[in-house]
Design a protein around this ligand. Sequence first.
Ligand code: FAD
Length: 339
Amino acid sequence: GKITDHLAALGPNSTYFSLEVFPPKTDNVPPAHLLPVPPGTLNLHARLERMSHALHPLFINVTWGAGGSTASKSLQLATTIQRDLHLTTCLHLTCTNMSRSILDDALAAAKEAGIRNILALRGDPPRAEEYGVLPEEEAEFVWAVDLVRYIRKTHGDYFCIGVAAYPEGHAEGTAPDIQDPLHDLPYLVTKVEAGADFIMTQLFYDVDKYIAFEKLLRSQDSLKDIPIIPGLMPIQSYQILMRTTKLSHATIPDAVMDRIEAVKGDDEKVKEVGIDVVSGIVERLKSETGLARGPRGFHFYTLNLEKAVALIVERTGLIPDVPKKVIVSDVTDPHATAV
Ligand code: FAD
């Protein structure tokens, strides 16, 4: 179903969470005669099945490679999650440097699979020196808002549409010095006015910045009531933390950095501290950002790993109560029965 319908059924004082996965890399593909599905994908399916039974995420996001580079694998994974695992699925789509036909095919395939949610993104900007002047049909999609408009124009209200936002400002490759939420704000408003139903954020570790950001968004009339889902990445290792925060231009507060640095040689300790840090962020947001505007959600960038996120949602009480005795087919999506 649509994420917004699930949220409406949750009630204003509840909490929920979502998980993000990506299609496993092609490197894992064995010779075609050995397996119908690459082992990486099989592992992920099993992992998702376990996690959905134990943790009950409200929905699962599937990422999309820039320019459609993972189109068929993203669609395959999203279809499996929606259709075979019976989990509410949100498919990411990027629009820049993409031909309209890839988008049309992806939207049609999503609809065919019963997927009702799309995260509408721009993707990495095409670099003029690499691509030359864009052909007319590709120049149709320059910003994420163009995709939001296109989905609404071609599919009406069939899809629940999410858009991205950046608590510390979006760092544009061509203008890295502009990284300020105030700079992005008018464009975020435009995306929502064009028909977006929810906002999902870039990962962050600085809660103060996130809280200020949410407050800024709520000061805008058109962003008063829209669900805003903060993006959190469990800390899997020191190297991954450094790499992902650099790529996403997220700052690590000194207090967090000091704790991580103190154990940086020991992966297990880093993970433990990370669980503590991210759980702390969840607890703080639960208590400080209020639930008055509807259920409080959290989005976890899982990197296809299950342990850390499982420990965080368990510790912070994000796992929803589900009926003790349920038929197996209902277990996978406890929310489905409520809508
Ligand atoms: P936009 O909303 O178009 O904004 C991009 C930049 O342009 C911002 O700086 C904005 O301020 C500015 N801007 C917007 N409109 C205008 C305008 N009219 N005039 C001038 N400036 C404007 N990438 C992938 O490739 N695949 C994924 O699956 C993926 N998933 C993501 C999930 C989340 C939750 C987030 C936060 C990001 C994800 N990304 C993904 C990354 C995303 O594609 C990049 O951050 C991209 O550079 C920006 O996308 P956007 O949708 O925010 O773009």
